[in-house]
Design a protein around this ligand. Sequence first.
Ligand code: AMP
Ligand code: MG
Length: 465
Amino acid sequence: MSSQAPKLGHAYASLPERFYSPAKAANFPDAKLIEVNDHLAEELGIDPDWLRSIAGLGLISGLDPPSNAKPVAQVYAGHQFGGFVPRLGDGRAILMGEMRGYDIHLKGTGPTEFSRNGDGKSALGPVIREYLVSEAMHALGVPTTRALAAVTTGESVIRQFGPEPGGIFTRVARSHTRVGTLQYFAAQQDTEALEILTRHCIDHMYPDAEGALGLLEKVIARQAELVAHWMSLGFIHGVMNTDNCAISGDTIDYGPCAFMDTFHPRCVFSSIDRQGRYSWENQAKIAHWNLTRLAETLLPLIDKDVEKAKEKAQSALTQFAPEFRSEYLRRFRAKLGLKDGSESFINTTLSHMADTGKDFTIFFSKLTKLAQGDASGDYFKNDWLTSWRAEGKADAHLMRANNPVLIPRNHQVQNAIQQAYEGDFSLFRRLLEAWKNPFTEQPEFSDLEKPPTESERVRETFCGT
Ligand code: AMP
Ligand code: MG
């Protein structure tokens, strides 16, 4: 591996100019490195030592990108909480280029053509949060964008509660193309751009998909799996707008997301989600809604005959529910250790958990220990235990692989942010380390298994923009 600057590719920035706007990072002369993800850097063919050097800082702070970078802000539209916004775009992010086909994308680098009234910057809190949670999601096995690096900018940004230290996050993704990107061109009736983008998505992510309909079917399947996976871990994305719904099927945009502590199906954290549109239990319905918007954008490419196109798209969309359901049942059966557990028993279990205010992660973790013969059943109500046993013999091995011991709990993320604001990144690093092995009992991190106390509990999360 060379210790040279990475050789960035530009598949996206080679698309026609109306797909992006050239961008330039603001000047952050006091930017300082917080963290580099060495392992990910190596996977991408970037020398971690280079990334940690002054030259590397030039890339991840945006101050002095390598000469082969081609910074652009991507254009997209999106339905935000159900309302269509025809032009959003990267208002606080730029794409530097690609390494081994993965986007190297900086978040918080200052205004772009799409910033509207925003400052284009990011507070340090959301940087720490996205770094921790996206890496934890990866370790939990959930398809996701990744964290390559984080820096402090050395300047303050003004947010809801006053000035906060600024940060820049380097995100790695297979692609940043969103449902909203296609919506942007569909709204402009720019069929040529739609065709180009569809082709780009197929070539880049779904080489065996046949045409626009094939692409739609793939995205439907990926999103169905993704949401079932989220739900099986108690994850709530929090802002499933179509601009935050990636064509790749990876989790993207860790804004007000959260893992539930106490289980409740209508659980919501985001301060702006007043109606509970993006609650835990609504996520599949919303994913289907988003995919319907995707199908609409692709109609002109699916068939020249509008009625036929609608029929084909409709038929693809009907696949979502069974695909989601089968994944959801498979995952919850595995959590309960029951290969053939009934759907009604899964529902009973979830109602029981909600009624008794159980911690989602601890419930399944304790059940795993019980199945392993390492714990008593005291934690569980007798009636429920009897029904569980009646469902069949539990497979402890299956349970261990599906029930994490550790999840990125909100209050822990919040504590890491608090400390980072005081210049101390030790908890951030400790959490990063602990969450690399979420399915393994790690005695040195057993304190992190605990749910929050009443006073520690985080009830509301913020986009932080
Ligand atoms: P998000 O809530 O992060 O998905 O962002 C929604 C839209 O708001 C995107 O177009 C962002 O680029 C834009 N946005 C968010 N924060 C800022 C900011 N601080 N400055 C400019 N644009 C922003
Ligand atoms: Mg977004």
